[in-house]
Write a protein that binds this ligand. Structure first.
Ligand SMILES: [Zn+2]
Length: 167
C-alpha cells in the first residue's frame, strides 16, 4: 500500500466510524428489536379500531382526560390492545393528575421496551409493547417510589382484564 492508498483507506475508515457513531447516538435504529408478533399494515388496520391504530401504529397520543382508563381503579391486568401481552397491574396504577393512565412499573421487565423519542422538539423515552412493537406512551422520571418512574400510557393502547372475583 503506498502513501496515497493508505490515506484514502484511513479516511474511509474514519468516515465509517463517524457513521457508526451517529447511528449509535440516534438511539439503536441500527439494531431493531425483534418483535414476535408482526402484521402487515393492512392487517393492523383490520385488527385495531382507527383510534387504536393511530396510537399503537402511528405513535399518536390521546387527548388528556379522554381515555377510559384515566380515572379507572378496578383490580386487574392491563394488556396490549394490539396483541394481548400483559403490560401493567392495577396494583402499580396511580393518579399523577396528568390525564392518562399511569403506572410506576410494568408487570415484568420483558413486557415493554423503551427507546429515545426526539419528536415534537422534546427528548422523551417512548414505551413500546415488547411483543408487537405497538406504541403505548412514554416513561418519565417523576414517578413515585420505589421506582421513581411514571409510565404515562394511552388508554387506547390498553385493554383491561378484571382480576378473578374473590370467593
Ligand atoms: Zn402488543
Amino acid at each position: 500500500m503506498n502513501r496515497r492508498e493508505f490515506l484514502v483507506s484511513a479516511i474511509v475508515a474514519a468516515g465509517g466510524l463517524l457513521a457508526y457513531g451517529k447511528t449509535a447516538f440516534s438511539g439503536g435504529a441500527a439494531t431493531p428489536h425483534h418483535f414476535p408478533v408482526t402484521h402487515t399494515d393492512a392487517e393492523w388496520r383490520k385488527i385495531l379500531t382507527p383510534a387504536q391504530y393511530e396510537i399503537l401504529r402511528e405513535k399518536g397520543t390521546e387527548p388528556p382526560g379522554s381515555g377510559q382508563y384515566d380515572q379507572f381503579w378496578q383490580r386487574g391486568t392491563y394488556v396490549c390492545a394490539g396483541c394481548g401481552n400483559p403490560l401493567f397491574s392495577s396494583a402499580t396504577k396511580y393518579d399523577p393528575h396528568e390525564g392518562w393512565p399511569s403506572f410506576w412499573k410494568p408487570i415484568s421487565d420483558k413486557a415493554v421496551i423503551t427507546q429515545p423519542d426526539y419528536s415534537l422538539g422534546m427528548e422523551r423515552m417512548e414505551v413500546e409493547c415488547a411483543r408487537c412493537g405497538g406504541h403505548l406512551g412514554h416513561v418519565f422520571d417523576d414517578g413515585p417510589q420505589p421506582t421513581g418512574l411514571r409510565y404515562c400510557m394511552d388508554s387506547l393502547a390498553l385493554k383491561f382484564i378484571p382480576a378473578p372475583k374473590k370467593k
